[in-house]
Design a protein around this ligand. Structure first.
Ligand code: FRU
Length: 531
C-alpha cells in the first residue's frame, strides 16, 4: 500500500478549498431533497417555485457573470404572507434554477419589501473593490411597528450591495436613502434603471395612485424628478411594483420608454394585474404617447396580460444580449393565500421576452416565452391539417397534458368558437380558446377542479380582446400541472391562469362550436421537468 496521498484526492481537496475561499454558492438543500419534494400535487414542474412556504413578487432581477438572479418576496416560516425576506435563486438559462440562501432579512428598520438590482459598472456608488463592480439592490423597508402604531409614515427606500455575485449583501449604513416624505402610506417598490444619456440612476416608485421618478448620481442621494399617471390608466386599486425602461420599436431605430404599472385590485378580469404606458423620457418627465391618452383608449387601461395570474411582474437589468426579459408572480391577491397547496405557495410565470411594436391600435408590448424553454421539449406530435366541427380528440400518445406545449395555427369560420379542452377521469375540464364572433380569447377554469377556497377564483371565464386581424389565429400554449399560459398571435394577446384539478389532466380535445375551424398546422410537445 502506498503511503502517498493519491493525486486525485489532493486535487479534489484543493478544489474544495478553493471553492470555499471563493465563497461558492451553498445551496439551501441538496438536489436529491429538492427532487423528492417537487412532486407534490399541483407542483409546477418547469416553472420556478420556492422549495417551501410563501412566495410573492419577483425582486432584484439582474444578470451578472452568466447568471440570471431571481430574488423574491418570501416568508420562510409559513405558507401565507408574513415578515418579508428576499429569497434568492440563480439560473444560467432561465429554465433551470438553483436555490441559494436568503439574501436579505428583515431588521430594525422593517420588513424587506419589493425592489430591484443593477450592476454598478462604473462604481458610481463607491461600493466596488479592486476594480470589481458591485451589485446594488434598492428595496422598500416596511416598518411594521409604525403600521401597528397606526402611522402612515411606514415605508422608505434603502440600498444594499454585494461584491460576491449576489451571494451575500451588505446593507448601507446610511439607510434609508429615500425616507418617507411623511404620512405617505403606500410609498414603495423602487425599480432602478440606468439613464446613460443623462448619466443618472433613475428609480421609479409606486406612490398610492401614481408613479414617481427619482434620480441619483450614486444611489445614496436622491432627488424627485417628476410624478406620473394620477390621471391615466386604471385606478381601481393601489399602484405597486412599477418598472421603467427604454426599448426600441421593432424594425426601427426609434426608442421609446415604457412604464409597467402593477395594480391591485382593478385587473381586466378582477384583482391584481399589470397595465402599461408607452412614451418618451427627457431625463425628468415621462410623457405618454398620444395613443395612451384616455380618449384614445376609450378610457381603458392597456394590459400586459389579461389572465388573472400575472402580477408584480418586472424585467431583468443588464441582460447582455439586450433582450427585455420579464417574469411575473403567477397568482392574484384575491386568493393567493388560499390556493390549495400546502408545502409551497405560488409560482413565477414563464420568463418572457417583451418587444415593442407599432400596431394599428398604437404602440403595444408583445410577450413571448423565452426561446431557452425549447430545451424542455421532448416528444413531438405533429397534427395533420384538418377541418373540425364538433370535438376532435388529439390523441397525444405518450405526451402528458400535465407538462405540454402546443403551437396551433387555426382559421375559424366567422361565427366559430374553438377550445382546447383538457380533461381527466373525474370529469373536470380546463378550457382555453378563441371566440370569433366576440373577437376574444377566453380561459375557463370554472370546472377545472377545486375553487372552493375563493368566490373570486372561478366566478366566470376570463376574456381577452384580440388585437391581430390575421385570418389565422396562432396559439402558443404552455400547460404545467396547475397553470396555462397563452401567447396568441405572436404574443399580441396573453393570458396566464392557474387551476387546481383533483387529478392530473390526461386528455386533450379540440372543440369547434358555432361553425367549423381549419387546423392549418399543429405541433405538440411533451415537456421535461426542471427539478
Ligand atoms: C405587491 C406587494 C408590493 C410589496 C410586496 C410586499 O404584491 O404588495 O407592493 O412591496 O408585495 O410583500
Amino acid at each position: 500500500m502506498s503511503n502517498k496521498i493519491p493525486s486525485f484526492l489532493f486535487v479534489a481537496t484543493a478544489i474544495i478549498f478553493l471553492a470555499a475561499c471563493r465563497n461558492e454558492p451553498q445551496s439551501t438543500q441538496s438536489t436529491a431533497t429538492v427532487t423528492e419534494q417537487y412532486r407534490e400535487q399541483h407542483r409546477p414542474q418547469f416553472h420556478f417555485t420556492p422549495p417551501k412556504n410563501w412566495m410573492n413578487d419577483p425582486n432584484g432581477l439582474v444578470f451578472y457573470e452568466g447568471e440570471y438572479h431571481l430574488f423574491y418576496q418570501h416568508y420562510p416560516d409559513s405558507n401565507v404572507w408574513g415578515p418579508m425576506h428576499w429569497a434568492h435563486a440563480v439560473s444560467r438559462d432561465l429554465v433551470r434554477w438553483e436555490h441559494l440562501p436568503i439574501a436579505l432579512y428583515p431588521d430594525s428598520l422593517g420588513y424587506i419589501f419589493s425592489g430591484s438590482a443593477v450592476v454598478d459598472w462604473k462604481n458610481t456608488s463607491g461600493f466596488g473593490e479592486k476594480g470589481q463592480p458591485p451589485l446594488v439592490a434598492m428595496f422598500t423597508y416596511h416598518d411594521m411597528e409604525a403600521e401597528r402604531a397606526g402611522s402612515d409614515t411606514r415605508e422608505s427606500q434603502a440600498i444594499a450591495y454585494s461584491l460576491d455575485r449576489g451571494r451575500t449583501w451588505v446593507k448601507y449604513e446610511g439607510n434609508p436613502v429615500i425616507p418617507n416624505p411623511g404620512k405617505v402610506r403606500d410609498f414603495r417598490d423602487p425599480k432602478l434603471v440606468r439613464d446613460e444619456a443623462r448619466k443618472q440612476w433613475v428609480t421609479t416608485l409606486a406612490v398610492g395612485q401614481h408613479a414617481e421618478l427619482w434620480a441619483s448620481p450614486d444611489f445614496k442621494t436622491w432627488k424627485k424628478l417628476s410624478e406620473f399617471g394620477a390621471d391615466l390608466g386604471n385606478h381601481e386599486g393601489v399602484w405597486e411594483c412599477p418598472d421603467f425602461f427604454p426599448i426600441k420599436v421593432e424594425g426601427t431605430g426609434e426608442q421609446k420608454w415604457v412604464i409597467l404599472q402593477n395594480l391591485n385590485p382593478g385587473g381586466p378580469n378582477g384583482g391584481s394585474a399589470v397595465q402599461y404606458f408607452v412614451g418618451d423620457f427627457d431625463g425628468k418627465n415621462f410623457t405618454v404617447d398620444p395613443s395612451f391618452l384616455p380618449d384614445a383608449q376609450g378610457g381603458k387601461a392597456v394590459w400586459l396580460d389579461h389572465g388573472k395570474d400575472n402580477y408584480a411582474g418586472v424585467t431583468w437589468s443588464d441582460v447582455p444580449d439586450g433582450r427585455r426579459l420579464f417574469i411575473g408572480w403567477m397568482s392574484n391577491w384575491q386568493y393567493a393565500q388560499q390556493v390549495p397547496t400546502v408545502a409551497w405557495r405560488s409560482a413565477c410565470t414563464l420568463p418572457r421576452v417583451l418587444t415593442l411594436r407599432n400596431t394599428a391600435v398604437g404602440y403595444r408590448l408583445f410577450s413571448e416565452p423565452v426561446e431557452e424553454l425549447e430545451a424542455l421539449r421532448q416528444q413531438l406530435k405533429s397534427l395533420e391539417p384538418a377541418t373540425v366541427k364538433g370535438a376532435l380528440d388529439l390523441n397525444l400518445d405518450s405526451i402528458s397534458p400535465a407538462q405540454m406545449e402546443l403551437l396551433l395555427d387555426i382559421e375559424p369560420s366567422a361565427a366559430a368558437r374553438f377550445t382546447i379542452e383538457l380533461s381527466n377521469s373525474k370529469g373536470e375540464t380546463y378550457r382555453i380558446g378563441y371566440d370569433a364572433k366576440a373577437n376574444q380569447f377566453f380561459s375557463d377554469r370554472t370546472k377545472a377542479g377545486d375553487h372552493s377556497f375563493s368566490r373570486d377564483f372561478a366566478k366566470q371565464p376570463s376574456v381577452a380582446p384580440r388585437i391581430s386581424t390575421d385570418k389565422t389565429v396562432r396559439l402558443h400554449l404552455f400547460f404545467d400541472a396547475a397553470s396555462a399560459e397563452l401567447f396568441a398571435d405572436g404574443g399580441a394577446t396573453v393570458m396566464t391562469e392557474v387551476f387546481f384539478p383533483g387529478e392530473v389532466f390526461t386528455r386533450v380535445k379540440l372543440v369547434a362550436e358555432g361553425g367549423e375551424v381549419q387546423v392549418k398546422e399543429g405541433r405538440v410537445w411533451g415537456l421535461g421537468r426542471i427539478w
